[in-house]
Design a protein around this ligand. Structure first.
Ligand code: KIV
Length: 309
């Protein structure tokens, strides 16, 4: 085994001292402070979201749709989630990182579920995991929690069941369906989950669950009465031009801005306007200036003075 470098030690120290824990998140909700969660898949976005003050970064299996270009989340693998968790960990220092367990990493057996949940923490560096499912997953959640891995549940519209649901449809609209989602959320809480995502359900049902379930609820397409909210970062930033679901608020139009920027770049390369003199290195840079020497004639303000002359 190689000994840790000083940057490894600094990273470990940062994780120990700064990252929000599940205990912090539950305490926030108990104080009535809303939890902010956003998906992240790489170090640059993680850094921006961390600096903006987001509480939780979810390394979501939505990576399969917004990054990989698939129609569903189903093709995402454990190795991919771990890869993205590591990148998100390197980009952030304060946020809590939740690894989303991908399709078939926990459904086939409890042994698989425990082993893969453990990998999210030990290999991915996440602090907790999320998995989709209610009553049918309760015993699996309990076993994972018993091993010391904090679990966030996910009920209502569960995208990994897209084919069983007949599409990405709002769940819990009838009284019976609402009761089923309510029972799912309660089962997840009884199994020991520290919080639960409520996705794609009517706002009144989310309010009822939030009032009674006893753990923080984090909503997406579930109205304003949850203890926190989560959005996919690409939706929030306006990077998904063809997708405009009702529950998404776009806080920026980064796709449109990016498009204009790249068009301008293409124009300037074609016209020769880029790169300009200030983006170019000189062949014979002037030597650095030493003050108070008799043979030097240039000043410290010489353009190009620096490491990349
Ligand atoms: O993968 C994901 O982005 C999610 C959120 C939509 C909750 O599971």
């Amino acid at each position: 085994m190689t000994s840790p470098t000083s940057s490894d030690r600094q990273a470990t120290q940062a994780t120990r001292t700064k990252r929000l824990t599940t205990v912090d998140l539950v305490a926030r909700a108990d104080r009535g402070e809303r939890i902010t969660m956003v998906t992240a898949y790489d170090a640059t976005f993680a850094r921006m979201l961390d600096e903006a003050g987001v509480d939780v970064l979810l390394v979501g299996d939505s990576v399969g749709m917004v990054v990989q270009g698939h129609d569903t989340t189903l093709p995402v693998t454990m190795d991919e989630i771990i890869y993205h968790c590591r990148a998100v960990g390197r980009g952030s220092s304060r946020t809590h990182i939740v690894a989303d367990m991908p399709f078939m990493s926990y459904q086939a057996s409890t042994t698989d579920a425990i082993r893969n949940a453990g990998r999210c923490l030990s290999e991915g560096g996440a602090q907790s995991i999320k998995l989709e499912g209610g009553r049918s997953l309760a015993s699996t959640i309990a076993r994972i929690v018993d091993t010391g891995v904090p679990v966030m549940g996910h009920v209502g519209l569960t995208p990994q069941s897209v084919h069983a649901m007949g599409g990405f449809r709002v769940q819990g609209r009838t009284e019976e369906a609402a009761d089923r989602v309510f029972e799912d959320a309660c089962a997840v809480a009884r199994a020991g989950a520290y919080s639960v995502v409520l996705e794609g359900i009517p706002a009144e049902l989310a309010a009822r669950i939030t009032a009674e379930v006893g753990i923080p609820t984090i909503g997406i397409g579930a109205g304003p009465h949850c203890d926190g909210q989560v959005l996919v970062c690409y939706d929030l930033l306006g990077l998904t031009p063809t997708l405009r679901p009702k529950f998404v608020k776009r806080y920026a139009e980064m796709y449109t801005e990016g498009l204009a920027a790249v068009r301008q770049y293409c124009d300037e390369v074609r016209s020769g306007a880029f790169p300009a003199r200030e983006h170019s290195f000189a062949a014979h840079p002037e030597p650095p200036v030493r003050p108070n020497v008799t043979h030097g004639t240039t000043s410290l303000g010489t353009p190009g003075y620096g490491p990349h002359r």
